[in-house]
Design a protein around this ligand. Structure first.
Ligand code: GLU
Length: 479
């Protein structure tokens, strides 16, 4: 969705400046009083700006690429790699900074990083994409910018499991014999050391985080809404990996999806849209438009102004800005994308009483499950392998005891539910659910305790600055 959305921006600040501005707004509320430490947290520690040649057809093309390590307060650093024609150094720096704050919020013990290659993956063949990805990885290896204890990339906009498997294979061939090499990247296919549940993790985290807010009686009262996710109307902008899964989980959770948007436009049906039917329609016709029963909206960004309870921008940054923010009608904006609101938009929505669930918390499900994948790679064992059968035997003993004590039989259907030991995906999902719920309450406490903190983004920043700051102070500064 990059093209349509970016040209609409009316922000006065670059993306990195926006992140810095939000940081500065939160800094006075933190426990960190040393300006030097605050400056150190804010700064990008290492910026690797590279150019390398790749032969596309019979022409040599110079590829522009980046890897930014924002904070080394914890190692490895972590963050995705994005393929888009909009990639530039400022964007990668901003996204790397957001990763630092994101990891701190969900208690994932990593610093933040991000990578980007300025290419349009849709116009390149698989062969060319593989060449570029492998060469990029080799550049990272050359400068010691990748490794399970150094810097661990992951998928982001325009990349997925396929690219991650090229990265791990290139890394392993350049560093033979490294026992933990699979942990050099996350978001890999299962066969290459990936973890079950990573693919849908960001979207599921968006759902868990939004649901937690909808279950918060105090907040819902402020918004004059009923508690619970059921029957809430939802609009999702962007049906990529994050938006698609988020929309699906909202639908499964009992919400009504009234609007969906993609590059070519948006569709609206106040009675509800079936997410998978819309995706199947788009696959068949090549467009989201003309979906039976739905109204077409010409511009993709028109979806942002639809009447709904929850608006989920799930594409790229700066889509809600000073120009269109006054027309946003949602009561909650759930930031599934990174940086979808400019600071101007933030101020306008706050005045209108709209609550924004900030990106650095809400889309942290991806990196949380990446952490689980990395742990799996270091431990070399699938989650659940050691305990699944043991739990099933224990559960079976409990059922037998209940039957003996009561003289009644537990039904076969009930037995099936009670007996089952956890599989890897069950453990990953429940670890993610617990993380999203716990982090919500950490931020909420800061937000509601200090009356001067007006929005949840500032509270989220306060939470993460405190954690990163303490880490820097306890680490000490190398003389
Ligand atoms: N690209 C994702 C993000 O922006 C995931 C990062 C990761 O798993 O390291 O959070």
């Amino acid at each position: 969705m990059a093209k349509t959305t970016k040209s609409n921006t009316t922000s006065h600040y670059s993306f990195f400046e926006s992140v810095e501005r939000n940081f500065d707004k939160a800094a006075p509320f933190t426990e960190i009083k040393d300006k030097g430490i605050l400056d150190q947290i804010k700064a990008c520690n290492s910026v690797y700006n590279m150019r390398f040649p790749v032969k596309i057809g019979n022409k040599v093309e110079v590829i522009e690429a980046y890897r930014v390590q924002h904070s080394h307060h914890k190692l490895p650093v972590k963050g995705g790699i994005r393929y888009s024609m909009d990639v530039n150094q400022d964007e990668v720096m901003a996204l790397a900074a957001l990763m630092t704050y994101k990891c701190a919020i969900v208690n994932v013990p990593f610093g933040g990083a991000k990578g980007g290659i300025k290419i349009n993956p849709k116009t390149l063949s698989e062969y060319d994409l593989e060449k570029i990805t492998r060469r990029y990885t080799a550049e990272l290896v050359k400068k010691n910018f990748i490794g399970p204890g150094i810097d661990v990339p992951a998928p982001d906009y325009g990349t997925g499991a396929r690219e991650m498997s090229w990265i791990v294979d290139t890394y392993m061939s350049l560093r033979p014999g490294e026992i933990d090499a699979a942990g050099c990247v996350t978001g890999k296919p299962i066969s290459q050391g990936g973890v079950r549940g990573r693919q849908e993790a960001t979207g599921l985290g968006v759902f868990f985080g939004t649901r937690e807010m909808c279950n918060d009686t105090e907040i819902m009262k402020k918004l004059k809404m009923s508690t619970g996710i059921q029957n809430k109307t939802v609009v999702v902008q962007g049906l990529g990996n994050v938006g698609y899964h988020a929309a699906n989980f909202f639908q499964k959770g009992g919400a009504t999806i009234v609007g969906l948007a993609e590059y070519e436009g948006a569709i609206y049906n106040p009675k509800g849209l079936d997410v998978n039917a819309v995706v199947a329609h788009r696959k068949k016709t090549g467009s989201i438009l003309n979906f039976p029963g739905a109204k077409n909206l010409k511009k993709s960004t028109d979806a942002l102004e639809l009447e709904c309870d929850i608006l989920v921008p799930a594409a790229l940054e700066n889509v809600i800005n000073g120009e269109n923010a006054p027309r946003v009608k949602a009561k909650i904006v759930a930031e599934a994308a990174n940086g979808p609101l400019t600071p101007d938009a933030d101020a306008i929505l706050a005045k209108k009483g709209i609550i924004v669930i900030p990106d650095m918390y809400l889309n942290a499900g991806g990196v949380t499950v990446s952490y689980f994948e990395w742990l799996k790679n270091l431990s070399h064992v699938r989650y659940g392998r050691m305990e699944k059968r043991f739990s099933e035997n224990m559960n079976s003993n409990i059922i037998t005891s209940i039957e003996n004590l009561t003289g009644k039989n537990v039904s076969e259907a009930e037995k099936k539910i009670i007996l089952r030991g956890a599989d890897e995906v069950d453990l990953v999902h429940s670890g993610l659910e617990d993380t999203m719920m716990g982090s919500y309450h950490e931020i909420r406490e800061i937000w509601l305790k200090n009356k001067k903190i007006q929005d949840m983004r500032t509270a989220a920043f306060v939470n993460s600055i405190n954690k990163v700051g303490v880490s820097y102070m306890e680490l000490g500064i190398f003389p």
